[in-house]
Ligand binder design. Sequence first.
Ligand SMILES: [Zn+2]
Length: 448
Amino acid sequence: MKENIINWEDVQQKATEYLCQYLQINTVNPPGKEIEGAHFLKGILSQAGISSTIVESEPGRGNLIARLEGGGEKPPLLLLSHIDVVPAEAEKWIYPPFSGKVVDEEIWGRGALDCKSLGIANAMVLILLKKSVIQLNRDIIMAATADEEKGGTFGAGWLCRNQPGFQDIEAVINEGGGVGIAGKNKNYYFCQVAEKGICWMRIRFTGSPGHGSLPRDDNCILSLGSCLSRIGAFRPEIQLPPVTMQFLKGFSDDDVLAPLFDQIACNPQSADNALKHIKDKGLKQLLGTMLRTTFVPTVVKGGEKTNVIPSECCCEVDCRILPGKTPEKTKKELEALLSDIPRCSIEIIDSSTASESSQSHELYHLFRQSLLRHDPQAKMIPYISSGATDSRFFRNQGAPAFGFAPLLVDGDLSQYQDLIHGHNERISKKNLLFGIKVLYDVVREYSS
Ligand SMILES: [Zn+2]
């Protein structure tokens, strides 16, 4: 049988309409209330004859699961996205964050990029496959989950532990990558194949308490201050794990970046100097995180009253680690850095090692092929993200997971990064359609 011809203009119109409506549903986490978003997705899928279920991990924390049944020759593929979004400071936006407004061919709203557009793209892929005559050799599962923005405990993490069928998924396509930037000759798309691990630490300082009118050398607040400036100035050693090396080599055909990236690969000690010459602030920041462990102080607690020197205070450090490093090793590194600061002790409050998926996986090749089909200038490069996504739950149970929600940024990478969790988040209709087309081809080819 011949495949149906898809009217992509209709697809774009429908997807735009759906995304606008999805963005109007406030799923800010906390509290999340993802159930409302889940019901919306269930509605659009059911109009296309696709049944789905909503499972609640806690009241209101809805997770949507839809399944297109295939022949069962191969294990299922999971298309993953999350329903919850981070809060938005409405007064700082040009158009209200829950308006789902379309202005100049762009769709505005909190979640337009992270990650409701991917939720709609996944739904459209399912709808298009359902309408087609393609025989699937595996089930395609779509999951739109709760709680990603607060760690995934009530979303993907919960599904992996409790939902039948989630333990034998073969591979996952998720958020976290797929973004492209335009170079001189090529458009470079970053596929997320790995995520840094975390090592969150709390540092406690003690000293003798007393009256604020009587200065003391062992004032714990002063120790905390020294610690913060020490961490701020700390530049841990450069690491070049294989994924970072591949990222650097990926730009070999870019006249401007190739010499800089070569310099970093051949002489890691010169990395900080080379980074200074990267014009795109977003790219500079991204590469910076791929080259070393980062230590970022985020919480400071201590003191109650202006005239009382406290006996104790603490700070917390968000530390992100590359493959090959363990949380224990990272703690030792911090202890060495602070060794001469008296009366301080470090404890790990949460940790995980980096997670990674193999680039020899068939999906990875299909991403590349499909990108090229829809953008002849495309070049795909693997990268490791500094932040964590729900992909780690699946990697930890042995399923390869890739961050791949393709879109091409108009300008610097920083223009895209500033919108994620920032003000005025939006996606162009063109990018929404591009993502759907690329994903559709990938899923169709992987499953037939
Ligand atoms: Zn996200």
